[in-house]
Design a protein around this ligand. Structure first.
Ligand SMILES: [Zn+2]
Ligand SMILES: [Zn+2]
Length: 349
């Protein structure tokens, strides 16, 4: 009866903490623990943990574990509370990690073994996304349990790609994966290792022939194949290599055409620009003596040299062209090692 009365009041005032707490206490008396717990959790009330402990409510928090996450400052407490229930501890930390990669970072080391124990499918995604988990520790755990894929990932992330490749070829015996890995790393040494390893294994050779075309010269591989060795689908592989080459040649020819067309249109544009007139008036100064290029007395004869870079000089301010270097260049632009001043316009009166 009281419960109903409290509920009635709550309908009018659903945020009232006192009423909610009262209701939770009443639920507890009623032994309706899961309803009580839900209220405590939404209130972020400390009694939630007490309640869980006292009445051993671990089974009922499994589906409410997300609510525990809102206890921001309480992560440590939750983790400690769940210490004897590692599978729940894992669910909690996993959800926490999903929600925020950084919040539970101090537990990432712990999480490696939790994932390894309870949730292997999520171990690799976790290792990929976590920047806080100690790689050596993870490697140790994965090697102990012989988790090949995870070990490969860790080895390559730690820069030991040769060992990683070795694991792929020897433990997984997966040529496609090995090739993919070598492509990703794009390291000549790795390809060398892979070829060396494959050379006496026909299925590996087929895989390599089918895939390395664009990364390594297939001739390197073909030369090393021993005489008399039978290789499945050799004909198809060779046809594919040749087709790949044709495709590459086509691509290059296409690029060449585009390049020529581009150069031509840019050349035309430059030519058009250079044909435009150049205005010379009293605003312009000689770049050498810094006085106006045009003489104040218009009756006086004068010569002005205008370069295509639009720098102007009095003719007498430029060095006299000698026999050894008859072409004149703009001093300013050739000092900057730029080219546009190579041609000149001369104005005379
Ligand atoms: Zn001058
Ligand atoms: Zn210039």
């Amino acid at each position: 009866v009281i419960v109903q009365a409290v509920r009635g009041h709550l309908k009018k005032d659903s945020q009232n903490r006192t009423l909610l707490k009262t209701l939770a206490e009443l639920y507890t008396y009623d032994k309706n623990y899961s309803s009580a717990l839900e209220i405590y959790l939404t209130l972020r009330h400390k009694d939630a943990f007490q309640l869980i402990h006292k009445h051993n409510l671990f089974s009922s928090i499994k589906d409410k574990i997300v609510l525990l996450m809102d206890f921001d400052s309480e992560i440590k407490k939750v983790v400690e509370e769940l210490e004897d229930r590692p599978e729940l501890q894992h669910v909690y930390l996993h959800k926490l990690f999903r929600r925020d990669h950084r919040k539970g970072q101090r537990y990432h080391e712990k999480q490696i073994s939790l994932y390894a124990e309870y949730d292997r499918p999520n171990l690799l995604p976790f290792l990929r996304d976590s920047i806080h988990c100690p790689l050596e520790k993870a490697l140790e755990i994965c090697q102990q349990r012989n988790f090949v894929e995870e070990t490969v990932y860790l080895l390559s992330r730690m820069g030991n790609s040769r060992s990683a490749l070795k694991m792929i070829t020897q433990e997984l015996q997966d040529v496609d994966k090995a090739i993919e890995f070598a492509k990703e790393q794009d390291d000549g040494e790795l390809w060398e290792d892979l070829i060396l390893y494959s050379i006496d294994k026909p299925p590996f050779i087929t895989g390599l022939l089918n895939n390395i075309g664009t990364h390594v010269d297939p001739i390197l591989l073909i030369h090393r194949i021993k005489e008399g060795m039978e290789i499945p689908n050799l004909r198809d592989s060779l046809v594919k290599i040749l087709q790949d080459y044709n495709l590459q040649i086509l691509l290059r020819e296409g690029c060449k055409k585009i390049l020529v067309a581009d150069s031509l249109s840019l050349l035309k544009k430059m030519h058009r620009t250079q044909m435009k007139g150049v205005l010379v008036d009293e605003e312009n100064i000689c770049e050498s003596c810094l006085s106006p290029v045009l003489p104040s007395d218009a009756a006086k004869p004068f010569s002005v040299v205008v370069f295509h870079c639009r720098h102007m000089f009095h003719k007498e301010c430029l060095p006299v062209p000698s026999m050894s270097s008859p072409a004149q260049f703009c001093n300013i632009c050739s000092a900057k090692h730029r080219g546009p001043g190579s041609a000149i316009l001369e104005m005379k009166k």
